[in-house]
Design a protein around this ligand. Structure first.
Ligand code: GUN
Ligand code: ZN
Length: 343
């Protein structure tokens, strides 16, 4: 049975969360599902009259669009919210040791399953994900997603310095491994999968690695590109030392062709006016991750400043520096208001 009508309270979503009446609820609403795809929605009476031959299934659940998480790390599922100091200390003491475990394909497979279970439990149906630097982690994630309906953008982490040696890959190998994964997964599952070229961030990249990532993106422009930008002040100072000729952090990525439409920069907290203007001009996206910024005490992202400059800002859980898979919870922190009434 590929077509059915689900009937229940409907929250259609029109426009943006700051637009007019974003939380309209149609008490007796319905959605028409055709082969797992919602093809119509509205008042139940209209849908039932228009499709009298389709079975109607009543539900108490709120019928709502799925949530989108534009930045997270599936290999950090099991360390979500595990304390380890500020960003750089946390990476070294908590994150990298956990990511080393993904050398084992069985471990990757088990965590990929847990990751999607958590996404589904909170209503996320679109995610953009960092894997680890092990190709098997990318295969495990996409393979697990084949059996689900979630839309996935993901890629192999590229790193060639300043991380434990088991996680490092020389630039040429990172290029070749990423290319093989693009050929296997980009556009797969009927277009539900997108490959994201994924240099982790400037401090774990030599110029050669960033050059390889840029060349790969130029050769495969329909892929996404994801990385981190200006999350902590300590990180920004480190980038200044590592790339002394760059005028600022974003300029490092610009030099290698990594700033453009389809690029997602996580955090983007400590930016100069030039960097903000460049993000807008290049139509890049900022993944705002307020729960992670709070957890690592990285600073406060001035989202109003980004929006005023014309930068597109989306929300990310940043699991596992972020403390929740729930994008509504992330939105609540972004708004600075509690979502649930206090008892
Ligand atoms: N910067 C580089 N890698 C990471 C990561 O795994 N998490 C966060 N929050 N920031 C990063
Ligand atoms: Zn991240």
């Amino acid at each position: 049975m590929s077509r059915l009508i689900e009937r229940g309270p409907l929250r259609p979503f029109r426009g943006t969360i700051t637009g007019a009446d974003p939380f309209e609820v149609v008490e007796d609403g319905a959605i028409l599902i055709d082969d797992h795809v919602v093809v119509d929605f509205g008042p139940a009476r209209r849908l039932i009259a228009a499709h009298p031959d389709v079975m109607v299934v009543p539900t108490d659940a709120l019928l709502s669009p799925g949530l989108v998480d534009v930045h997270c790390h599936f290999p950090q599922t099991r360390i979500t919210g595990t304390y380890g100091g500020g960003l750089l200390e946390w990476l070294e003491n908590v994150t990298f040791p956990e990511e080393e475990r993904f050398e084992d394909p069985a471990y990757s497979k088990a965590v990929a399953r847990e990751f999607f279970d958590q996404c589904e439990a909170v209503g996320t149906n679109e995610v953009t994900v960092f894997c680890t630097s092990h190709p098997n982690s990318v295969d495990a994630l996409f393979t697990e997603a084949l059996d689900r309906t979630i839309k996935v953008t993901a890629g192999l982490v590229m790193m060639d310095r300043n991380a434990p040696s088991p996680l490092l890959t020389p630039a040429q190998d990172a290029y070749d491994d990423s290319l093989a994964l693009i050929e296997r997964w980009h556009g797969a599952a009927g277009g539900r999968f997108t490959y994201a070229i994924t240099p982790r961030f400037a401090p774990t990249s030599t110029p050669a690695l960033l050059e390889a990532a840029g060349a790969l993106w130029a050769a495969h422009p329909t892929c996404a590109m994801q990385t981190h930008l200006s999350e902590s002040e300590e990180e920004v100072a480190w980038v200044r030392r590592l790339f002394p000729h760059a005028k600022d952090y974003l300029a490092v990525y610009e030099k290698f062709g990594l700033v453009g439409p389809g690029a997602i920069f996580a955090h983007a907290i400590h930016l100069t006016d030039r960097e903000v203007a460049s993000l807008a001009e290049h139509k890049a996206v900022v993944a705002h991750c307020p729960t992670a910024n709070r957890f690592l005490q990285s600073g406060t992202c001035d989202v109003s400043r980004l929006l005023a400059a014309g930068v597109t800002v989306k929300l990310g859980t940043d699991i596992g520096a972020g403390t929740t898979f729930d994008v509504m919870e992330v939105a609540a922190v972004a708004e600075g208001v509690p979502r649930r009434p206090l008892d």
